[in-house]
Design a protein around this ligand. Structure first.
Ligand code: AMP
Ligand code: GLC
Length: 453
């Protein structure tokens, strides 16, 4: 069958059933994304004003956190030069105020939980229960209409209400997203691909603050869920990870007792201690989602240096190296499903079989293309429209390698008692923005797969 035919049949099947899945529990990170599309003249002027030499230092090596304007501007240049994403915590009030005055072009829902809640609940009609660390009026207003709920406790009794009905006036957790297109020029640097730099002016999500409603009523909340997705642990450090990780393990145990399959959205975790700790608990999850940089970073802590290097050596990423790394990870941790995404293709390794795994990935690729094109997925119609986006040209060489190595057919193969699934993805040539595409992919594929069971 052609990929075109596989795409359209997968879409129809998932669309027909996805609204009947859930409720999906989403924890822990939600914030407001203030998206600024960078302008090079403006950026150069700001760098000159702050002192070019000092700023350039940080474009060589990222600071650990942002405590000065030089850190902020240097961090942005670090991302532009490499075409790579980065996110740093903004500690200084002066810098927070500087970013606020610099302004933004759009305010959007942010954080994995927020983005997934709007997509699953607001677009697919899947009921979701979301953890929102701080519900300010601005934050509440960014939630779409639909079956999206947050726990509210009154007189010791738990209720689930839409975030707009929560009616609290808590703090704003704002992440400033500096987006740049491929070819963006500033001084002598030119961005090899589109990406973003994020400055998080937020004291809650970076510490994985967990609300009392969730700590005190988790049994009851988990009792209402059929699936769960956990994210937001990537910002933890060796200094603050113990408390949140203990609480997460408690949540995982309770979800396990309720037979709720849980997906971990990995995201780049800079701190090695935290990364190791996450790999150690991966077996408690049903599923994990990650990209090539994240998979390589896990191979590093597993002592697989050579594989880690291979994963970052070529573009498109060598699928045989990816499959090897996924096998290593599955065997070492016992996680049942690994969903890998990169520019141009996805792979999934599962310890169970069936075409539904592949079809859910195809559905996810359509959602990703819609998100790349528009920066948001307003409705299911835009996911349908993504059918017209062409499949990535380089994906056929990737498929060829998989056919040679594993005898793959129609994107499916068996490797060492696991099922390996491949799909070529649709790539939007000039994406509106890059933030949140990974979350769109992982949540659509995970929930889509259960919809097809
Ligand atoms: P992450 O690396 O987690 O931010 O997720 C980014 C993912 O989005 C990549 O792995 C690609 O699969 C996908 N992606 C990035 N750019 C595009 C694009 N222009 N069109 C479609 N998908 C994209
Ligand atoms: C991280 C960022 C958040 C952004 C999200 C997108 O969680 O902190 O601002 O919306 O990634 O994936």
């Amino acid at each position: 069958m052609s990929w075109g035919a596989l795409y359209s049949s997968a879409f129809e099947r998932v669309r027909g059933r996805i609204g009947k899945t859930g409720p999906v529990l989403l924890a822990y990170n939600t914030n407001i994304d203030a998206v600024k599309y960078l302008d090079s003249t403006d950026l150069e002027r700001r760098v000159e004003d702050a002192g070019k030499e000092n700023v350039l230092r940080y474009s060589e090596e990222l600071p650990e956190r942002i405590t000065s304007i030089e850190h902020l501007l240097g961090g942005i240049l670090w991302s532009v030069r490499r075409g790579k994403a980065a996110e740093l915590f903004v500690e200084s009030c002066t810098v927070r105020f500087y970013m606020k005055r610099w302004g933004w072009d759009e305010l959007r829902m942010g954080g994995q939980v927020g983005i997934m809640a709007n997509l699953l609940g607001g677009v697919y009609g899947v009921p979701v229960i979301a953890h929102v660390p701080q519900l300010s009026r601005l934050q509440a207003g960014l939630f779409k209409e639909g079956p999206i709920y947050v726990p509210k406790v009154e007189n010791g009794k738990l209720e689930l209400v839409h975030p707009k009905e929560f009616e609290a006036d808590e703090e704003n957790c704002i992440h400033y997203i500096y987006e740049f297109p491929r070819g963006f020029k500033v001084f002598d640097f030119e961005a090899p691909r589109e990406n973003r730099f994020i400055g998080a002016a937020d004291d809650y999500n970076p510490n994985v603050y967990i609300r009392p409603e969730f700590r005190e009523h988790f049994e009851e909340i988990a009792g209402r869920a059929r699936l769960a997705i956990i994210s937001g642990l990537q910002t933890l450090t060796a200094r603050n990870y113990r408390g949140p990780l203990e609480e997460m393990k408690r949540h995982l145990e309770i979800l396990g007792e309720n037979n709720v399959p849980v997906h971990l959205e990995f995201a780049f975790t800079a701190d090695e201690t935290v990364r190791k700790a996450l790999v150690d608990v991966l077996g408690l999850f049903h599923s994990v989602g990650l990209n090539e940089v994240e998979l390589a970073s896990i191979m590093e802590v597993l002592g697989e240096k050579k594989l880690a290097e291979e994963l970052l050596a070529s573009d498109p990423v060598d699928p045989v190296a990816v499959a090897e790394a996924m096998l290593r990870l599955a065997e070492k941790t016992g996680v049942r499903r690994i969903h890998f995404h990169t520019y141009g293709y996805y792979l999934a390794l599962t310890d169970y079989k069936g075409e539904h795994v592949r079809d859910a990935l195809l559905f996810a690729a359509l959602a990703a293309a819609a998100k790349a094109k528009l920066g948001d997925v307003p409705s299911i119609n835009e996911v349908v429209d993504a059918m017209d986006v062409p499949v990535n040209g380089k994906a056929s060489e990737v498929e060829k390698k998989l056919v040679e190595e594993y005898g793959m057919s129609n994107g499916m193969a068996e490797v060492d008692n696991y099922q390996l699934v491949f799909v070529p993805t649709k790539i939007v040539e000039r994406p509106k923005s890059t933030v949140g595409i990974g979350d769109t992919i992982s949540s659509s594929a995970f929930v889509g797969e259960f919809a097809l069971r």
